[in-house]
Design a protein around this ligand. Sequence first.
Ligand code: NAD
Ligand code: UFG
Length: 365
Amino acid sequence: MTVLVTGGAGYIGSHTCVELLNAGHDIVVIDNFSNSHPEALKRVKEITGKTFHTYSIDILDEDGLARIFTEHEITAVIHFAGLKAVGESVSEPLWYYSNNVIGTILLCEVMKRNGVKNLVFSSSATVYGEPDTVPIPENSLLKTTNPYGRTKYMIEEILRDIHFADPEWSIALLRYFNPIGAHESGKIGEAPQGTPNNLLPYISQVAVGKLGELKVYGDDYQTHDGTGVRDYIHVIDLSLGHVKALEKVKSSKGVHTYNLGTGRGYSVLEMVKAFEKASGREISYTILGRRPGDIPVCFADTSKAFEELGWRAEREINKMCEDTWRWQRRNPEGYTSIETEKQTSLEKEPTKFFVTHKQEKVLNE
Ligand code: NAD
Ligand code: UFG
């Protein structure tokens, strides 16, 4: 089947593109590269030895989106495109609601007009807010605590309404826990812009010498060592979950909601230890007060995804840290070291990288 992947150049999107291609699907990628680099897609091609069309398009560009559906026989959409920084969403709520919520509405409008009604959506464990119990099952109360989380909650509700109005729609709502790790080739991985907000990118930048020391936010939580506990999942396991979810939406109409996590929680200090072991580097840290908005403990009940998708996360914490470290070590500046190369190429070949029209295909050769 031909799958349109929105936000396919991003961290989770690029890894999912690899697994979709490995599973024999054709893909078409759109991204506005607001938080990613075209180089990621070049490397997806290198890893898989397969080719695909990529378009530099914003999902808010409805005409641009419409043209993709005219040019390609799309069967299903996996929708990653979105903004994801919690703090930024608090200071820039309109940007988040516009990009994430309106962007999804426009995408669904175009899908509807083209009779494409299979959708896999990137939701988040953030929709559970501070959970009443752990492990968290999918039918827990939803209570988001920030604009980013509310965009995910609102989109979930909108997608449920779309299916209610037209039961031909088949939708998977995938609630990710904490994705970490990288493809084991070391070619693609998480490349945050600026100082990372999330724990693993921060630790790995300390290990590689880009950042001085980790700030541990709070050691007075009701956890075994006082630091926050999360369910870290290898991005490849997460990507494989999307391939399974795609099969599910193709075979069974409805709105299917799944937690994608491992079902096991690790504390901040356990992650520091695991990363030290994987990298052979000491991670110096200092303990600070709690980060506003953080919850003490969060991990998934993963039984539904196993029963209904036959999916479970296989890769354990050491593998997650080893793969993160390989990626970080080989790409200390993420994809941005490519900027220099890109600049040189631009001087030589102005049209190759420079997107002069929103619809221009990039990196298709
Ligand atoms: P990412 O920022 O690496 O990827 C998102 C991609 O979407 C980027 O390539 C970005 O350029 C693109 N994009 C953003 N707005 C766009 C727009 N208007 N038009 C076209 N492209 C646009 O993030 P990620 O970690 O790969 O996350 C993918 C999805 O999963 C997001 O929706 C995110 O909210 C969700 N999610 C992520 C996490 C996490 O911890 N990484 C956890 C839960 C949910
Ligand atoms: N932490 C530190 N120092 C840091 C960064 C994080 O001590 O520099 C701690 C946090 O306090 C927390 C744990 O590490 O206890 C994990 O923090 P992350 O920022 O990596 O992840 P969160 O669970 O806070 O949030 C992430 C995404 C959210 C998403 C959520 C669930 O940022 O958008 O996972 O998927 F909703």
